[in-house]
Design a binder for this molecule. Structure first.
Ligand code: XMP
Length: 516
């Protein structure tokens, strides 16, 4: 990102909520970046932040190898806010006392203002609901720090050293359960740090366009277009910056949704004016999948074939030096090692990407500092149709991970029809945008049914409709029974080969979202 704009750096101690802090700051229209808590003060100074936020984290300041920051941050002369572990580390550093809370405090608490005049607490009511999640707590504030808020169990729920301009809170203002949390973040970023709030999708288009031009110059760029919101927004943004220097490659691998390739091509070419190289590799892939039942093997075949097809298509574009991808900020954070203090390091297969051996000189990743909702806002700003902006995630291996056992052309056609019904009904009822994913799975398990006067012996379909914020965990959605009934009736009436529909009522964990 451009160094010129105002920004807040978030020094990460590994809290599961660190990404939320970054999002809340950006919701105040201030750009934020997450960096490792141990970043040197020289590096921090180079970023010229308007303020620092020290995140929470699972460690104890008394533990072996407890993480800390470069103490030089206190000489920078910019405001600092410590949250949970961040507060405890600051307190310990300046000679206050931190001790185990007895039992771990997790959940709601009532915050009471001790100093309502403090700018961090401006426009908060005397009492309000906050979210606590900590094992240690401050039992004696460090010299120079005043108490500005407390709760029943935590006397030092908020502290401030007005001279050094340091604040600390034991509760988590970044989570939605803290009623006035966003106001606290706004007070810190806008009032205390003095940020003007100029971060927006529109501003980002300008900055990103310049950066893309500076990076690629006259070079040619290739991008793998899937039709998902990330790759499409990346393509449109890059196209806006460098026009015909960008070629997008769109592959129909034969396991897309009903008429998806046709519809998407029309959007790409007619509405978005993209230069798209279309490769129809459907038959080729379905041939390779014949006889394969094992899920991991299916995935390998599909992944391998995609790389091959992409390599062929790319080799036909002379002098392409750059590969563009729609990588987003959560992918970057997860793979960068920031948050290495986190207790539960996540592994995630949703981080797509083409292998390095494709031989490109460099990657162009214009969304890599954006969260999903910011990518959507950018898509809207760039004039993408709602159909793309609000698309639910769709796995790279497509319907193949939603057909159990062997993937055959007949089974793909059957599932496409069932999937079409689910999407139509979810959209018509207004539920499509309210959930993370909604789809059908084909079970090659035949059961007896009756239709008209005859017996049937057909397959079952599962409806999988889940809510999630990032796909890492998910809850099944209690859809209205009427809607579930309508979907089931339509599938059994309209889709040949399915005579039974069941609803999946498991969450993730212990299940996964896809069935495979
Ligand atoms: P699971 O089934 O592991 O899925 O709970 C979590 C999320 O990831 C999506 N998914 C994929 N996305 N390539 C992708 O781009 C894949 O191979 C892939 N497999 C699963 C899934 O749809 C869900 O949103």
């Amino acid at each position: 990102m451009a160094q010129t704009q105002e920004k807040i750096l978030i020094l990460d101690f590994g809290s599961q909520y660190t990404q939320l802090i970054a999002r809340r700051v950006r919701e105040c229209r201030v750009y934020s970046e997450i960096v490792d808590s141990a970043m040197s003060v020289a590096d921090i100074r180079r970023e010229a932040p308007s303020g620092l936020i020290l995140s929470g984290g699972p460690a104890s300041v008394h533990g072996d190898g407890a993480p800390g920051c470069d103490p030089g941050i206190f000489e920078l002369g910019i405001p600092i806010l410590g949250i949970c572990y961040g507060l405890q580390w600051i307190t310990d550093h300046f000679g206050g006392r931190v001790q185990p809370s007895g039992s771990r405090e997790y959940g709601q608490a009532v915050l009471r203002l001790v100093d309502p005049e403090n700018p961090l607490l401006a426009r908060l009511p005397e009492e309000s609901r906050v979210w606590m999640s900590h094992a240690d707590e401050v039992v004696e504030a460090a010299p120079g720090f005043d108490v500005i808020a407390s709760s029943d169990r935590v006397p030092f729920a908020g502290v401030c050293d007005p001279k050094r301009r340091i604040w600390g809170v034991q509760f988590h203002p970044e989570v939605v359960h803290t009623k006035y949390g966003k106001r606290v973040i706004r007070n810190f970023t806008r009032t205390i740090c003095g940020c003007k709030g100029r971060w927006s999708a529109r501003a980002y288009v300008e900055v990103a366009t310049e950066e893309i031009r500076a990076q690629v110059g006259e070079g040619k760029v290739i991008l793998g277009l899937s039709g998902g919101v990330d790759s499409t927004v990346a393509a449109v943004l890059i196209h806006r910056a460098i026009g015909e220097q960008l070629t997008s490659v769109f592959v129909d691998n034969g396991v897309l949704r009903h008429e998806e390739a046709k519809r998407l091509l029309e959007v790409f070419r007619k509405h978005l004016d993209l230069n798209v190289k279309f490769v129809d590799a459907g038959e080729e892939l379905l041939d390779q999948l014949a006889g394969i039942e094992e899920p991991e093997k299916k995935r390998k075949v599909i992944g391998h074939q995609f790389v091959e097809v992409f390599r062929r298509a790319a080799s036909e574009i002379a002098d392409a030096r750059f590969l563009a991808q729609g990588t987003t900020y959560p992918d970057v954070i997860e793979s960068s090692g920031i948050g290495k203090h986190a207790d539960n390091i996540k592994s995630h297969h949703n981080v797509g990407g083409l292998p390095a051996e494709l031989g490109f000189e460099a990657l162009v990743e214009p969304l890599k500092m954006l969260f999903k909702d910011e990518v959507r806002a950018l898509g809207k700003e760039l004039g993408l149709p709602d159909e793309i902006v609000w698309r639910q995630p769709f796995p790279g291996p497509g319907l193949a991970v939603r057909i159990l056992g062997e993937v055959t052309p007949e089974r793909v056609a059957t599932l496409q029809q069932a999937d079409r019904v689910v999407i139509q009904e979810m959209k018509a009822s207004g539920w499509y945008r309210k959930v993370w994913q909604s789809f059908a799975v084909l079970l090659p398990v035949q059961t007896v049914g009756v239709m008209g006067d005859g017996r049937t012996y057909e397959n079952a379909a599962v409806l999988r409709i889940v809510q999630s914020s990032d796909g890492m965990t998910a809850d099944w959605v209690p859809l209205p029974h009427k809607l579930l009934g309508r979907i089931a009736t339509r599938i059994t009436n309209e889709v040949k080969g399915i005579n039974r529909v069941v609803y999946d009522i498991t969450s993730k964990p212990p299940s996964t979202i896809e069935w495979e």
